[in-house]
Write a protein that binds this ligand. Structure first.
Ligand code: PHE
Length: 520
C-alpha cells in the first residue's frame, strides 16, 4: 500500500500531464490503486477520476487458440502434412476429437481443404490463421478496432466482455514527491516537546463511513420484548417509566391494597433493602423528571387540557391508612392497625404494578382515559429452579376509562394475545388483593399442543383507585405476564437458566430447532 502511494507519486513526477493507472500500474489490482489514491487525495496531493470501460478478455479456449492456433488451422496443418492425403477417420486421432469436429467444418468453409472420397487433401498452399491473430491482438490490447470481430469471437465463446476500472490521475495542489506521515492526534507529548508546531496533522475525514458494525445481536428476551412493545404502541399505549427497581412498601403493596400481613410481604417472598431500610413517605415528584414530563406532555384524549390538580400526599397517605384500617369508599377494609413504618420499608419491587399504581396516582391529577404499559425487571425471593429465577421481566398493562366492564377486559385480551398468535383463550377466576374481579388467563399453544397460563389480570379495586383520587366512575383494567414465559415457549427453552445468567449460549437461537415454533 505504502509502495503504491510511492509509485503513484513517482509516476506523476516523471510525467508531464495526467497518467492512466492501467498504463502506469497494469498489474496492481484497481482496489489497491484506489485506496492509495484516496489516501493521497485526502491530502490534496493528487486528484483523480474513475474511468469505467469495457475490456475484451480471452476465455480459456481463446487463450489456447492464441497460443497454439485455431482448430481449423490445426486441421489444415494435419492435412497438409500428410503426403498421401489424410483419411477422414484418422483426423480425430491426430488433432483430437473436438478440434477435428469444429476445425474440419471451418476449414472446408474457408476453402483450405477438400474431400477426395474418404480422404482429405489441402486446397491451398498456405493459410493465414486470422482467428489466432485476432486473439493475439486482443490479448495485448484488451480490445479490437473492428467491433464485428469482437462480436463474432464472443459468439464463438473465445472472448468475453468485462468491466475494467482505471483512474486518470493528476497532480493535486499539495503534490510532493514524498508522502509525509501525518499525525492523526495531537498528543500531550507533542505539546510538551513543542513538536506540535511542526507536525503535519491529518484533517478529519467527516465523510468516512466508519468501521462496519456487524457484531451484536438482540438477546431473545429483548427480541420478544420488542415485539410486545410494538403491539402496545400499535394499540395506543404509552410506556411507563420503570427506572426504579427499589420502591417503598407503600407503592409496591399498600397503595395496591395489599394488607400488611399478606404472605407476599414475607421475607421469603420479598427482598428488603438492608441499608437504608426505609424511605420517606411519598412526596411530589422532582419538577424535571424527564420520564414523567414525556408522559405528561401526551395530549389527553379527553378534549382540552385541564389544569392538573395538585396532589395532597398527606391526604393520600391517610386514605390508604383508612382504607386498610377501617375501610372507605364503600369498603369495610381489612380492620387491622396499619403500620406506617411498613409502608416506608424499601423493597426490590416484586412487580411493576408498583409503577402502575404510581402512574395511576399521577393520572388522578387530571383523570382522563389512558393506556399505559411497561416491560421491566422485578424481583422475588424465590427458590431458583428450572422455571424460576429470583428476578424476571414483567409485562404490564393498564387501561383507564369511564364505564369499563369485565367483558371489555376479556375482549381486549383476545385482541392483545391474538396479535401474539394466541387465539384460543380461557379465563379462570383468581384472587389479587388489588383487583376484583381477577382472572388468570390461559392460552392454547398450538406448538405445544396444550393450555398454558399466560397472565394474570383484573379490574383494580376502588379501595386503590379512589384512595389516590381517581373519580369513582373511572374503571381500570390491569394485567401482567412474564416476558420469560412466552420467550421460553417461543424458543423451546425448558430451563430458564439457559435464557438468563452466565449459562446463556449466545448461539442458541441459531442452533435451537424449536425456533421453528416462531411461525405458526
Ligand atoms: N401484579 C400481577 C402479578 O405480579 C399482575 C397484575 C397486574 C394483575 C395488574 C392484575 C392487574 O402477577
Amino acid at each position: 500500500m505504502a509502495d503504491v502511494t510511492a509509485s503513484v507519486l513517482d509516476a506523476l513526477a516523471a510525467s508531464e500531464g495526467p497518467i492512466l493507472s492501467t498504463d502506469a500500474f497494469p498489474s496492481i489490482p484497481s482496489l489497491t490503486v484506489k485506496s492509495a489514491l484516496d489516501r493521497l487525495a485526502s491530502r490534496s496531493m493528487v486528484e483523480y477520476e474513475t474511468i469505467d470501460r469495457e475490456v475484451v478478455v480471452l476465455t480459456e479456449e481463446g487463450e489456447s487458440i492464441a497460443a497454439n492456433g485455431s482448430h481449423e488451422a490445426k486441421v489444415f496443418e494435419a492435412v497438409a502434412a500428410a503426403m498421401e492425403g489424410l483419411k477422414i477417420s484418422d483426423l480425430p486421432n491426430l488433432v483430437g476429437k473436438d478440434v477435428a469436429k469444429v476445425g474440419q467444418g471451418n476449414a472446408f468453409k474457408r476453402g483450405w481443404i477438400k474431400k477426395d472420397k474418404d480422404v482429405l487433401r489441402p486446397n491451398v498452399d498456405s493459410i493465414r490463421d486470422e482467428t489466432r491473430e485476432q486473439l493475439q491482438a486482443i490479448k495485448d490490447t484488451q480490445t479490437h478496432p473492428d467491433s464485428k470481430v469482437i462480436a463474432d469471437l464472443k459468439k464463438r465463446k473465445l472472448v468475453t466482455l468485462q468491466k475494467a476500472i482505471s483512474f486518470r490521475i493528476r497532480k493535486g495542489p499539495k503534490f510532493a514527491r514524498e508522502f509525509v506521515k501525518e499525525e492523526t492526534d495531537l498528543t500531550a507529548d507533542m505539546l510538551a516537546s513543542g513538536a506540535w508546531k511542526t507536525v503535519q496533522l491529518k484533517p478529519y475525514n467527516f465523510r468516512a463511513k466508519g468501521a462496519p458494525a456487524q457484531s451484536g445481536a438482540l438477546h431473545p428476551l429483548n427480541k420478544v420484548r420488542q415485539e410486545f412493545r410494538s403491539i402496545f404502541f400499535e394499540m395506543g399505549f404509552e410506556e411507563m417509566p420503570t427506572n426504579r427497581f427499589v420502591e417503598t412498601g407503600f407503592w409496591n403493596f399498600d397503595a395496591l391494597f395489599v394488607p400488611q400481613q399478606h404472605p407476599a410481604r414475607d421475607l421469603q417472598d420479598t427482598f428488603y433493602i438492608a441499608d437504608p431500610k426505609t424511605a420517606d413517605p411519598p412526596r411530589a415528584d422532582p419538577p424535571n423528571d424527564p420520564h414523567l414530563s414525556r408522559l405528561a406532555s401526551m395530549p389527553s384524549s379527553g378534549g382540552a387540557p385541564t389544569q392538573p390538580k395538585p396532589v395532597d400526599f398527606q391526604e393520600y397517605w391517610d386514605n390508604v391508612r383508612q382504607v386498610h384500617e377501617t375501610g372507605k369508599y364503600g369498603s369495610i377494609g381489612y380492620r387491622y392497625p396499619w403500620n406506617p413504618e411498613e409502608a416506608k420499608r424499601l423493597v426490590l419491587r416484586t412487580h411493576t404494578t408498583s409503577v402502575s399504581a404510581y402512574m395511576l396516582h399521577k393520572l388522578a391529577q387530571d383523570p382522563r382515559p389512558a393506556r399505559y404499559f411497561s416491560i421491566d425487571r422485578v424481583f422475588r425471593n424465590e427458590a431458583v429452579d428450572a422455571t424460576h429465577l429470583a428476578e424476571f421481566h414483567q409485562i404490564e398493562g393498564v387501561i383507564a376509562d369511564f364505564g369499563l366492564a369485565l367483558g371489555g377486559l376479556i375482549g381486549f385480551m383476545e385482541v392483545f394475545f391474538g396479535k401474539m398468535g394466541i387465539h384460543k383463550l380461557r379465563f379462570k377466576p383468581a384472587y389479587n388483593p388489588y383487583t376484583e374481579p381477577s382472572m388468570e388467563i390461559f392460552g392454547y399453544h398450538d406448538g405445544l399442543g396444550k393450555w398454558v397460563e399466560i397472565g394474570n389480570s383484573g379490574m383494580f379495586r376502588s379501595e386503590m383507585l379512589e384512595a389516590m383520587g381517581l373519580p369513582p366512575d373511572m374503571r381500570v383494567y390491569g394485567w401482567g405476564l412474564s416476558l420469560e414465559r412466552p420467550t421460553m415457549i417461543k424458543y423451546g427453552v425448558s430451563n430458564i437458566r439457559e435464557l438468563l445468567g452466565h449459562k446463556v449460549d449466545l448461539n442458541f437461537i441459531e442452533t435451537n430447532p424449536a425456533v421453528r415454533l416462531d411461525k405458526d
